[in-house]
Design a protein around this ligand. Structure first.
Ligand SMILES: [Zn+2]
Length: 290
């Protein structure tokens, strides 16, 4: 009985202390929690960091070259008689103003073409290259510095590989088509491109827009002398301002359309190849011909 009383007395004495201690702890907890919440509200939101656009596979629209075109030189493509198609090609870009002028004409006419780019220009104007690709055109390699003189193996490798690499940095993959500067076949570049199993795209209709004295009318006349289905037309969007090319281009498109032509990129043209079945085998000795 006495022990019970003592216990009761202890409980009566300790209980208020416990209650007070509990109250203090609870108050501290709620206060700290509210401080934490207000701290959270007060903190500025971290800036949203957009992932930097990678030259990723999303942009990579270059499909593997069919085997029979790997290391092959061609100036036109054998297409079925039902396909009245032609490929417009533009060399020596990118050059901001003149390439963009050509792009606008092509876009206005809903036409896709092929651009053979010079590596050092790609390095200077990657944004123009991206535009070329995003507007649906095909891209090829036209060497780093457009040399005409003979190239050693190392020189040719530098000219072609460096260009392919800088293009790949921008668009996500290396081109598999090469156009030799000046159409030269024996200064070491074409031989190296063959060794690399690239398709060597020459042309069947030369506008001669690189001759300054040629008027837009002359450019058209030069092209129409050589126009045929499966043909490849050579023009320029770089090198220098191509005013006459830009003046001739809309008329060329209109006239070709009136003749029933449809415009395709070089990869599309190659895919229409119906006759040639020969696969040109690369001779291992080709590399020793430098
Ligand atoms: Zn050129």
């Amino acid at each position: 009985m006495l022990a019970d009383r003592r216990l009761l007395l202890k409980v009566i004495t300790i209980a208020p202390i416990c209650a007070a201690a509990f109250g203090f702890l609870a108050a501290t907890f709620f206060h700290w929690n509210s401080l934490k919440k207000s701290d959270k509200i007060a903190l500025p939101k971290p800036p949203v960091v957009e992932p930097s656009p990678k030259p990723s596979s999303k942009l990579n629209l270059i499909k593997p070259l069919p085997l029979k075109y790997q290391g092959k030189v061609f100036e036109k493509v054998n297409v079925p008689p039902s396909e009245k198609v032609i490929a417009l090609t533009f060399d020596d870009g990118p050059l901001p103003n003149s390439t963009e002028k050509v792009l606008k004409i092509l876009k206005d006419n809903q036409i896709k073409a092929t651009f053979f780019l010079i590596g050092r220009n790609v390095q200077l104007h990657p944004e123009v290259v991206k535009k070329v690709l995003l507007e649906g055109h095909a891209i090829g390699n036209h060497s780093w510095s457009h040399p005409y003189n003979h190239q050693t193996l190392a020189g040719a490798a530098r000219e072609i590989d460096k260009t392919s690499e800088v293009i790949a940095k921008v668009i996500g993959s290396k081109p598999n088509l090469f156009r030799p500067p000046g159409g030269l076949m024996h200064n070491g570049l074409s031989e190296y491109a063959k060794y690399r199993k690239m398709g060597i795209a020459i042309w069947s209709a030369d506008s001669q827009d690189y001759i300054k004295s040629h008027t837009p009318q002359q450019l058209l006349s030069n092209i129409f002398k050589q126009v045929k289905p499966g043909g490849i037309v050579l023009m320029h969007d770089g090198g220098t301002r191509r005013t006459n090319t830009a003046l001739a281009l809309p008329i060329l498109i209109e006239k070709l359309r009136k003749q029933g032509y449809r415009f395709v990129t070089l990869p599309e043209l190659i895919n229409l190849d119906s006759k040639s079945t020969t696969v040109e085998k690369l001779k291992p000795s080709i590399i020793s011909k430098f």
